[in-house]
Design a binder for this molecule. Structure first.
Ligand code: DLL
Length: 433
């Protein structure tokens, strides 16, 4: 049975959703015009005023915001409410430049937690469930967002945060956790640690996982589902727009419903900025139509994605986004060929390797090199060099047919690649260093 947190809005008719978006966008543009001088200036430069925006059909007239704008306006320049009305910040884990700092009023937090509650109920959660939140707590939005959503659903919430993996497993067992929320790479690590402890899916009561914050392939999903004995649901979001819960997967597991009563999504050509027709792949752009403290209009996410409005068997009517295919800024260009780390991951998992790998790109004598280091499973591990050479050859072939490029593959011993408790670092591009 499909469960909804707010069925009247999650399953509203397309006409109702459009009417709501129209009304909220018009109001939001006025709010920003009056309260965010940084964006007002951008509108003036483009010759647009709130009078030009009568409905969501006029969205394309408005200027974009990008990460560069967030940096320029850092820290307070894009705030839509006075400080006295804001109650919290969250921030990205960004390693380069200034971090993104996003602000929330109590109302913003309330709506954000509603979005996370929708995701938990779409994964089958009810107030009978015990929900272990193993995303990091603190500045990162994962822990606080899912924590709030879990409370709203009425689950017994275990705020373990990330780390201390054996203790995570102990809590899952002792407190009978039924839902696990963490990054997919951490879920895989929990599964691996369970195996080492001699535990299988039958030894834990988990039934569902809500995994996001980083790219993960369908193959990785299957692997996690098998080792933990659960159904694994994807969840997407970004700090700039609130955090997790911008979109989430339902039982159909075929894309994530975007919470369209709070966010209007567009897909644009990242080169020209032109809005692309539905079903085309391009850069995702979001407008937050309900946020008070940090209202972003036409924010360019850099995530590459497609949208579909095909009816979903779950009954939800909100548009679905496919798993992001990559980011405009993590696409590697290797000897002129566009490569996404997710393509490499797909090949590895299809050949039976775990999702523990590292991609090292370098430039030697003016030529790009691609070195993929892949961990063997304990079962594969051998000192028979002939076997290893044969395995490496098969992977080189697999990568060549996926990427159209020759990579060097190095098989490494089990557990030799550092595990992540949050977002995994998969790519080291030495060309940039
Ligand atoms: O990662 C928010 C989040 C927390 C989402 C917990 C889901 C679960 P940021 O740290 O600001 O926020 O990173 C946002 O992470 O633009 C995507 O590139 C990537 N990302 C987030 N979710 C997914 C996903 C959080 N399900 C950036 N699949 C986004 C692929 C994702 N990429």
């Amino acid at each position: 049975m499909e469960r909804y947190y707010q069925p009247e809005i999650e399953c509203a008719s397309r006409e109702e959703i459009k009417a709501l978006q129209d009304e909220r966008l018009v109001r939001q543009v006025r709010h920003v015009w009056e309260n965010v001088p940084y964006y007002r200036k951008k509108m003036e430069e483009k010759g647009v005023t709130p009078d030009d925006i009568g409905s969501s059909d006029d969205l394309h007239k408005l200027p974009f915001l990008s990460k560069a704008d967030l940096r320029e306006a850092y820290p307070y320049g894009l705030m839509g409410m006075p400080l006295k009305d804001c109650v919290r910040i969250q921030s990205t884990s960004g390693t380069t430049g200034k971090r993104v700092v996003a602000f929330y009023t109590q109302y913003d937090i309330d709506l954000w937690e509603d979005c996370c509650a929708r995701a938990i109920m779409a994964a089958g959660g009810t107030n009978e469930d015990v929900c272990q939140v193993s995303y990091g707590y603190g500045l990162f939005t994962g822990g606080p967002g899912l924590n709030g959503g879990s409370h709203k659903v009425g689950c017994l919430t275990i705020p373990t945060s990330s780390g201390n993996t054996e203790r995570q497993i102990m809590f899952i067992q002792d407190l009978s956790a039924t839902i696990l929320c963490c990054t997919p790479s951490y879920a895989a690590y929990i599964g691996e640690t369970m195996k080492e402890m001699g535990l299988g899916p039958e030894d834990i009561p988990l039934k569902a996982g809500i995994f996001g914050a980083e790219a993960w392939s369908q193959e990785m999903r299957r692997e996690i589902e098998n080792t933990l004995g659960i159904k694994a649901y994807d969840i997407y979001g970004l700090t700039e727009l609130s955090g997790p819960g911008v979109s989430f997967e339902c039982s159909a597991q075929s894309g994530m419903h975007i919470n369209e009563d709070h966010f209007i999504a567009e897909v644009i050509d990242p080169e020209t900025g032109e809005v692309l027709p539905e079903g085309s792949q391009g850069e995702l752009v979001f407008t937050s139509i309900t946020k008070e403290a940090f209202p972003l209009i036409r924010y360019r996410t850099r995530d590459i994605c497609t949208l579909t409005r095909e009816p979903c068997p779950c009954g939800r009517t909100h548009v679905k986004m496919q798993k992001p295919q990559g980011r405009t800024d993590d696409m590697l260009i290797i000897r002129g060929v566009n490569v996404f780390p997710s393509q490499i991951e797909t090949v590895l998992l299809n050949h039976g390797y775990p999702a523990n790998y590292q991609i090292i790109v370098d430039r030697v004598k003016n030529t790009d090199t691609l070195d993929v280091q892949v961990e063997m499973t304990p079962e594969m591990f051998t000192d028979n060099l002939g076997d290893i050479a044969q395995r490496q050859k098969e992977l080189v072939e697999g990568l060549r047919s996926m990427l159209g490029l020759t990579a060097k593959v190095t098989l490494v011993a089990p557990k030799s690649i550092v595990r992540s408790e949050g977002k995994a670092v998969r790519v080291i591009d030495k060309r940039k260093i």
